[in-house]
Design a protein around this ligand. Structure first.
Ligand SMILES: [Zn+2]
Length: 100
């Protein structure tokens, strides 16, 4: 059984996307050389204007999925509040123009 991780080691929020990395290891006698490539979960994430890739364990992948979902939810809420803010501003400007 793996040791319990401290919650500080788990990311709260992440940007990017999870995907399955498929690769050959380079060993000529490995099954991957015959076409059965190795697969592992991976995160594609933006950093410094580039997209980088980080391979993950299955446990890390589930934590990453949760952090990506939290980011998406937070972003959706922020976008909705920004849209409401724009509606408020547009109504205010329209009202001012009607009065003048
Ligand atoms: Zn291999």
């Amino acid at each position: 059984m793996p040791p319990l991780r401290h919650s500080r080691s788990e990311p709260e929020l992440l940007r990017g996307s999870l995907f399955t990395l498929r690769r050959r290891c380079g060993t000529p006698t490995c099954r991957c050389a015959a076409g059965q490539v190795h697969t592992s979960p991976a995160l594609a994430y933006p950093q410094g204007g580039r997209t980088k890739t980080l391979t993950l364990s299955e446990e890390e992948a589930s934590q990453v999925a949760a952090a990506l979902a939290r980011y998406a939810a937070a972003k959706a809420e922020l976008d909705a509040r920004a849209a409401a803010g724009l509606d408020t501003l547009l109504a205010r400007v329209a009202d001012r123009r009607r009065r003048s």
